[in-house]
Design a binder for this molecule. Structure first.
Ligand code: GLA
Ligand code: ZN
Length: 681
């Protein structure tokens, strides 16, 4: 069993959040009150210094760390630990004015003015040097402080820079990758429209006023942006680790954020953390709960170890179209949902509301009012208390799924840019989430892997819309099935290779036609609102006779597979839409069209039963109720009610409530938005 404790210096659940004392240095009374309130709120850990550069280095070369030391000391003396940030997420104005090169050039090729945040150039040698100097000094001063348990490297890395330095770095990266222009021109199919490159200097990042038609260029640019960002982050990490390698590092990620391939961040980080801002109580909170569960699973999967929930709002945000308050119960439910999926923390943005500027109305533990007698404060304190009660039973347990879904950022970039059957919406991410949701509804734990990932430990691997088979991946899939695994794939899979060149000789390409026992000849795109139907050829246990299809319908031919269902309509009515093929010791299923959610739910329920895959709770789960499983010497099951009504589940056997110690059996009724933790006994 993987028994990773993320912060060995403080091996507990973390509860706290972003703390910006730098905004209140002229108010010692408030800083004093903060400590008292943190204790009251059961806060044991705060993230400090995230955007504090202007206070840490008010003038070039003048470093002022005394105030920070006082804060960290004071916190520590009161039992509160510090996650210390490197401040690179926002550069001080004096610096961006003096050194224009650290400011980004945007995709209109204009250099930005000073201001905002998360907008530095990742290549600028000046910014890299300034950050190295700052990080080194912070590490020298604080990394051996007994209260400092983790580095929070920068904040929400993201975005792109099109400055000459970045363009040159891109060309160097391409030279390294392809060696010759001939190889690059071939890999990008650049002879198309005479876009052949005859000198490296002719290559520019894709921008709307330039080249946006060479798909290989676009995918490679996005790969480069990730590589550049990771390289920048590695330099930040090197600076703090070279002073003291003992303190682990994290960076706060943004789950399905499009711009960066987070799987490439995994090896550079000790700990993955992320920032979660759901739209609770929207038109479909159950769908939202499933989406958030999916985000937690993705973030856990970046390192396949526990993660930290680094930010969440204690009440509302101030940037969503509608910033609704959490209904009573929702704060505990959504906080512990993260723990159910493998988090070792519940952290908030933010501890205290700032008084002015952009985030003055963003939810915080402490409101402008300033007291602890608020609904939000009570909710936070009660999460803190629950974490303390759960720790002994839950902290040693791990999420260990038997099912993996392949989600791959490079595939996403390629599929969304494909210029193919449905530019009006291919919905790759939504499709990945829909397959995940079906398992979530059945209470089956799920991991994610990308195409570099290891499939060998799973019983089922699902590859929704895997348009691109990166180098070597088809072989990995093939081996997985041959050795006894169950593979489920969908339409629009195995179409192009690593640089977005179509596979010749039939799809799913790269030798996968025989694994699926099919050949995909054509793909039909449906207009919004149009449907077809999937009709079972013969009854399959747990499946309905018919399901609705939409958006994409492939016309496939059997090459050894068995058809389980056929199209109900159109000129391809009667041709196969769901197939099953024995290959080696395993089975490969192919779903040739986009099906309604009900199909995935029934299909995976059938598969889970057939393959003996463990559900968190082997019982009927009402709509909106799910269960998550953390395994350990004693397994813990989290039963969650994402509805505004009480819900009852029948426990399959007697279980112990972790928090009350009570033994439960028979019917368990959950209040609206309630989460319960049960021990297998
Ligand atoms: C992000 C940032 C925080 C804060 C929150 C507000 O996650 O990391 O600094 O701006 O959003 O929701
Ligand atoms: Zn740049």
């Amino acid at each position: 069993m993987n028994d990773t404790i993320l912060c060995p210096k403080y091996p507990h659940f973390l509860h706290g959040g972003d703390y910006n004392p730098d905004q209140w240095l002229d108010r010692p009374d408030i800083l004093e009150k903060d400590i008292q309130l943190m204790k009251e709120a059961h806060v044991n850990c705060v993230s400090v210094g995230i955007f504090a550069w202007a206070h840490l280095e008010p003038q070039e070369g003048v470093y002022e760390f005394d105030w920070l030391e006082q804060i960290i000391n004071n916190l520590y003396e009161n039992g509160i630990y510090t996650v210390l940030a490197t401040p690179s997420g926002a550069k001080p104005v004096w610096m961006s004015e003096k050194y224009p090169e650290i400011r980004r050039v945007n995709s209109s090729l204009h250099r930005e003015l000073s201001g905002e945040r998360h907008n530095h150039c990742y290549t600028s040698p000046i910014y890299r040097e300034k950050v190295r100097e700052m990080n080194t000094r912070l590490a020298e001063r604080f990394s051996r402080h007994p209260g400092v348990i983790l580095w929070h490297i920068s904040n929400e890395y993201g975005g792109e820079c099109y400055c000459p330095l970045c363009q040159e770095a891109f060309r160097e990266w391409l030279k390294e990758k392809y060696g010759t222009l001939e190889a690059l021109n071939h890999a990008w199919w650049a002879h198309f429209w005479s876009h052949t490159y005859t000198d490296w200097s002719q290559i520019h990042a894709p921008v709307p006023s330039g080249e946006m038609s060479v798909h290989g260029l676009i995918v490679d640019w996005k790969r480069f942006v990730t590589a550049r960002t990771v390289d920048f982050m590695r330099e930040e990490i090197k600076a703090v680790k070279s002073v003291n390698p003992e303190i682990p590092v994290t960076a706060n990620l943004m789950s399905f954020y499009d711009g960066l391939d987070y799987f490439k961040f995994g090896p550079a980080l000790d700990v993955v953390s992320w920032d979660s801002y759901p739209l609770w109580h929207n038109a479909d909170t159950i769908q939202e709960a499933a989406r958030v569960a999916c985000c937690h699973d993705l973030m856990r999967s970046v390192k396949h170890q526990p993660f930290l929930l680094m930010e969440s709002t204690p009440s509302m945000t101030n940037w969503q179209p509608v910033s609704k308050l959490k209904r009573p119960g929702m704060h505990e439910l959504s906080s512990l949902q993260a723990v159910a999926h493998g988090s070792q923390s519940v952290q908030y943005f933010q501890w205290r509301k700032s008084r002015g500027s952009f985030e003055k109305f963003h939810g915080a533990v402490v409101d402008h009012y300033g007291g602890s007698d608020t609904r939000v404060f009570r909710d936070v304190a009660s999460v803190g208390k629950r974490l303390e009660n759960l720790e002994a039973a839950v902290l040693p347990t791990r999420v260990q799924p038997e099912v993996a879904i392949v989600y791959d950022w490079e595939n996403r970039w390629a599929v969304e840019d494909a210029k193919g059957p449905r530019n009006g919406g291919l919905h790759y991410v939504e499709t990945v989430q829909a397959h995940h949701r079906a398992f979530w509804k059945n209470g089956v734990p799920v991991d994610f892997v990308d195409m570099d990932g290891d499939l060998s430990g799973y019983k089922v691997v699902v590859t929704p819309m895997l348009y691109m088979y990166r180098n070597g991946f088809a072989k990995k899939l093939r081996d997985f099935v041959e050795q006894g695994g169950t593979l489920v794939s969908t339409y629009w899979s195995g179409i192009v290779d690593d640089t977005d060149l179509c596979f010749l000789g039939g799809w799913p390409g790269d030798g996968m036609m025989d694994v699926f026992g099919i050949w995909n000849e054509e793909i039909d795109a449906l207009y919004d609102g149009e449907t077809n139907a999937m009709e079972l050829r013969e009854p399959v246990d747990g499946l309905r006779e018919s399901y609705s299809l939409r958006e994409l319908c492939e016309i496939i031919h059997l090459r050894g597979a068995k058809a389980l269902a056929a199209y109900g309509q159109d000129f391809y009515a009667g041709s196969p839409v769901l197939t099953e093929n024995q290959f080696g010791k395993g089975t490969a299923y192919y779903i040739a069209a986009r099906a309604e959610d009900g199909f995935q739910e029934d299909f995976y329920r059938m598969l889970v039963k057939k393959l003996g895959i463990r559900r968190a709770l082997d019982t009927v789960l009402p709509e909106g109720v799910t269960a998550s499983l953390r395994k350990g010497e004693q397994d813990v099951v989290f039963v969650q009610n994402f509805t505004a009504a009480p819900q009852t589940v029948r426990l399959p056997h007697a279980m112990k409530d972790v928090e009350s110690g009570e033994t439960l059996s028979g019917d368990l009724t959950l209040a609206p938005w309630e989460i319960r933790t049960l021990l297998e006994q």
